[in-house]
Design a protein around this ligand. Structure first.
Ligand code: GAR
Length: 208
């Protein structure tokens, strides 16, 4: 059984997708040990409570400085002894010590086809706004391992999604979630849990 910690910041629809796939038996041998949010009062926390999953808030507002927050975040995660940490809409810069501790064991979902529309400043709706401003016809999502950079880690899975005339950032965000994120994030977790992912030369091999 693989214990995972899921880190969230807001709506938690990706968290919900993971909960639902575990329930449906589509992700096997995985248990969500805890959900950790950097924000109070978000929908993701309700989703955790509804599923009977322990949830904790580690908010930067409760700490004097970023270093203390970073330390508390890592200690909170470590207390659950996860084999994998999943960033499911976790809009926090992952501190270096965190990456070091969980190297090759942190998976993030990003709402674009990396290396497009990623890096510092590209998160949440901002990604979809930038996509629409540039006028690309295809976007998508990427599940990837986290390294020390921003959205630079080895890519596990990607899925393309069409941009349509008249899309707003909100409409496009929803389509990317429905058609890509909620599919590839649970799939990436499942592949990890089954020991099918191997990182070689900065790339991910899927040993099906
Ligand atoms: C998702 O679209 C996720 O890909 C994005 O935030 C949203 C969270 O939604 N993450 C990033 O932008 C990370 N750089 P959710 O809380 O409903 O899962």
């Amino acid at each position: 059984m693989l214990d995972i910690v899921v880190c969230v910041s807001g709506g938690g629809t990706n968290l919900q997708a993971i909960i639902d796939r575990i329930k449906a038996g589509e992700i096997r041998d995985v248990r969500i040990a805890a959900v950790i949010s950097n924000n109070y009062g978000v929908k993701a926390l309700e989703r955790a409570a509804d599923a009977g999953i322990e949830a904790k808030v580690v908010s930067p507002k409760d700490f004097e400085n970023r270093a203390l927050f970073n330390e508390a975040l890592l200690e909170t995660v470590k207390a659950f002894k996860p084999g994998l940490v999943v960033l499911a809409g976790f809009l926090v810069n992952i501190p270096e010590a965190f990456v070091r501790e969980y190297k090759g064991r942190i998976i993030n979902i990003h709402p674009s086809l990396i290396p497009s529309f990623c890096g510092v400043g590209y998160y949440g709706l901002k990604v979809h706004k930038a996509v629409l401003e540039r006028g690309v016809k295809v976007t998508g999502a990427t599940a990837h391992f986290v390294d020390e950079g921003t959205d630079t880690g080895p890519i596990i899975l990607q899925k393309a999604v069409n941009v349509m005339d008249g899309d707003t950032p909100e409409v496009l965000q929803r389509r990317v979630m429905e058609q890509a994120e909620w599919e590839i994030l649970p799939k990436a977790i499942s592949l990890f849990a089954q020991g099918k992912l191997e990182i070689k030369d900065g790339k991910v091999l899927i040993n099906e």
